[in-house]
Design a binder for this molecule. Structure first.
Ligand SMILES: C[S@@+](CC[C@H](N)C(=O)[O-])C[C@H]1O[C@@H](n2cnc3c(N)ncnc32)[C@H](O)[C@@H]1O
Length: 222
């Protein structure tokens, strides 16, 4: 089916709160495990693009005191929730920096990150190459990259089937978000094309579930 983009930022208070309260224990811990399996324990400076309520950056910071995460999102409602979650764990405060800024206007003081990660952001973007440009801009040569997102199914019926299978118990706002997100998502073939076009063809892109693809690898030296 054709892609239908959805609004980029999740900046409605109700939408952000529903998202922050949803149970992402299983996929988010799987994301961290996928990173460790490929790159070892997190260390150095990590950048999370589209961090939402910062559950994933907080998991990395909890796991390893050797990592400091810059977590960026364009939605003020999400960054406010991220700040609440981070501030509830004072020991992590100095290692999780929050930045409220759309990806396309991100101006971080330094590049050269040791790792760039992102979960469930790309499908929000109307112009996906802005995302890969940010990965290139902020990752140092040799940096670890781990990006996961939804894969667009072949039909609206297949999308509804995934919503019924995986989100039956979620609030209506999240079921609708999930359905729209599946329509907005990129296929694995499209992602591979984006990587080539961005000069990131050395990264591997693979299907990792019936609804997700994963991009991983190290950025080649320029
Ligand atoms: C589905 S949430 C994922 C949040 C988080 N990565 C996670 O896995 O829980 C997508 C996030 O991307 C953010 N986002 C969407 N478009 C963005 C943009 N252009 N710049 C920065 N953040 C954006 C949204 O505001 C939202 O918080």
């Amino acid at each position: 089916m054709e892609r239908s983009p959805e609004p980029e930022l999740m900046d409605g208070d109700e939408q952000a709160l529903a998202y922050a309260r949803a149970d992402f224990e299983e996929p988010n811990s799987r994301f961290v495990e996928a990173y460790v399996a490929r790159f070892g324990e997190p260390a150095g400076r990590m950048l999370d693009l589209g961090c939402g309520p910062a559950d994933i950056p907080l998991r990395f910071a909890r796991r390893s005191s050797a990592v400091a995460v810059t977590a960026a999102d364009g939605a003020r409602a999400m960054i406010d929730l991220a700040a609440q979650a981070r501030d509830a764990e004072p020991a992590l405060r100095h290692r999780v920096e929050l930045v409220c800024r759309p990806l396309q206007a991100l101006q971080l003081p330094e590049a050269g990150y040791d790792a760039v990660i992102s979960n469930s952001l790309l499908h929000h973007l109307h112009e996906p190459m802005a995302f890969w440009a940010a990965v290139r801009r902020y990752a140092r040569p040799g940096a670890a990259v781990l990006v996961m997102d939804l894969a667009r199914p072949s039909s609206p019926e297949a999308a509804q089937g995934l919503v019924d299978t995986y989100a039956a118990g979620e609030p209506a706002v999240l079921r609708t978000d999930f359905y729209n997100s599946l329509h907005a998502a990129f296929t694995l073939a499209e992602v591979r094309g984006q990587l080539e076009a961005a000069g990131l063809g050395g990264l591997a892109a693979e299907a990792v579930s019936d609804r997700h693809w994963l991009v991983s690898g190290r950025v080649a030296a320029a």
